[in-house]
Design a protein. Structure first.
Length: 99
């Protein structure tokens, strides 16, 4: 399952963000598509950490984050998200190649 979310979330839109991410709490495999985001806010980062904690507690596979902005990728790396999530630049990297 893939959920596309923009990166620009303010704290006053937290309920809307949680509704957007709600399917990610039950799906076996989830890709959070941030490919349209040019920057991300602390609100989104906190929501992703909450999601990770829940999925970890329920023994679900960690979410995958898809991002194609070099700035957002660097921010996720500096925040340590590349150690908590699998972060990819393109959808093609998510699909295993046939031998």
């Amino acid at each position: 399952m893939m959920i596309s979310v923009p990166g620009e979330w303010d704290s006053y839109k937290l309920d809307e963000l949680h509704r957007s991410l709600e399917p990610a709490y039950a799906a076996d495999h989830i890709v959070i598509n941030l490919s349209g985001a040019r920057h991300v806010t602390g609100t989104l980062l906190a929501a992703l950490l909450e999601l990770r904690g829940y999925r970890d507690e329920k023994k679900l596979e960690p979410a995958v984050i898809l991002v194609n902005s070099a700035f957002v990728r660097k921010l996720l790396s500096l925040a340590g998200f590349d150690g908590l999530f699998r972060v990819y630049d393109t959808v093609e990297l998510l699909v295993p190649r046939a031998a």
